[in-house]
Design a protein around this ligand. Structure first.
Ligand code: AMP
Length: 288
């Protein structure tokens, strides 16, 4: 596996690979890798001749009081895991190379960012769009892989790719979960044993809404209320949002809505966990 730190070197290498007629697949990450990330990597390998993974904890997507400084990092371990997966290139730039002195560009994807994380963390998606846009220019992928766990992020990236003619195929990979159903996340490491035990309530709430949906409930308001209700008795959970929306627009459901998504963000102390589920799809292992 080749490790590349310099953005210009990454771009030159990508151009060379393209000239050889090879397909580049790309998995952007912030590191501290878990099985969710590795599942994206495996999906990428099946679609590409050359698999590139990036590790970069992107400062522009964190708010001033958020966990940028204490975000978990373990580069050596990540590198070994990626090497074992047979990744071809690990791109690990440093902050000053990506955001040089005087950096002034802003990139906003509207509409799909009006609710959910876009509303409660308004700085977040401009930062995500910006870094993914930059990484796409440097890695020049044909295909890129994102996790459904960050469902709104997937829609933001798809919209940006379409609006700005990137010509990159975006794949959405289903959420990888722990045995009890908790969505894997680098941030789960922050949870105390007590909070970790309670955190399974997120997926259980999604399962409640899913069962209601499967039993015929189609009112987004009632489904949203059921999500909140399911979390009400979890002692240390503080709901940031619990909503059921149109899965294609992330706006309130209308008569034209074809698919609904249930989405949750819940704080345990200062740790904020998110999860979501497309209603009607199976949600294995949970809901007992
Ligand atoms: P992150 O390092 O948290 O920025 O995540 C990098 C990529 O991995 C994003 O596309 C995430 O959606 C994806 N990802 C994170 N957790 C999971 C998971 N549990 N299952 C599937 N994909 C995930």
């Amino acid at each position: 596996m080749q490790v590349v730190n310099d953005p210009a070197a990454m771009q030159a290498l990508a151009e060379k690979i393209r000239l050889e007629g090879k397909q580049i697949g790309f998995v952007p990450t912030m590191g501290f890798l878990h099985e969710g990330h590795l599942t994206l990597v495996r999906a990428c390998k099946t679609h590409s001749d050359v698999t590139v993974v990036s590790i970069f904890v992107n400062p522009t997507q964190f708010g001033p009081a958020e966990d940028l400084d204490r975000y978990p990092r373990d580069f050596e371990r990540d590198r070994d895991l990626l090497e074992k997966q047979g990744v071809d290139i690990l791109f690990a730039p440093v902050k000053d190379q990506l955001y040089p002195e005087g950096f002034s560009t802003d990139l906003r994807v509207e509409k799909v960012t009006e609710r959910l994380c876009g509303a409660s963390r308004p700085w977040h998606f401009p930062g995500v769009a910006l870094i993914v846009c930059k990484l796409f220019h440097l890695v020049r992928p044909h295909e890129a892989f994102f996790g459904q766990k960050d469902y709104q992020q997937c829609l933001v990236i798809k919209r940006m790719v379409r609006d700005l003619d990137f010509g990159i195929r975006i794949h959405i990979v289903p959420t990888v979960r722990e045995k009890d159903g908790l969505a894997m996340s680098s941030r789960n490491k922050y949870l105390s044993a007590q909070d970790r035990a309670q955190a399974v309530a997120l997926v259980k709430a999604l399962a409640v809404a899913n069962r209601l949906y499967q039993a015929g409930e189609r009112s987004a308001d009632r489904l949203s209320a059921a999500l909140s209700e399911a979390l009400r008795d979890v002692p240390d959970a503080r709901i940031d949002y619990a909503e059921v929306l149109d899965a294609e627009t992330l706006a309130p459901a209308t008569a034209e809505t074809r698919t609904l998504v249930a989405a949750l963000a819940v704080f345990f102390g200062t740790t904020r966990l998110i999860d979501n589920h497309i209603l009607g799809e199976s949600l294995p292992l949970v809901g007992q």
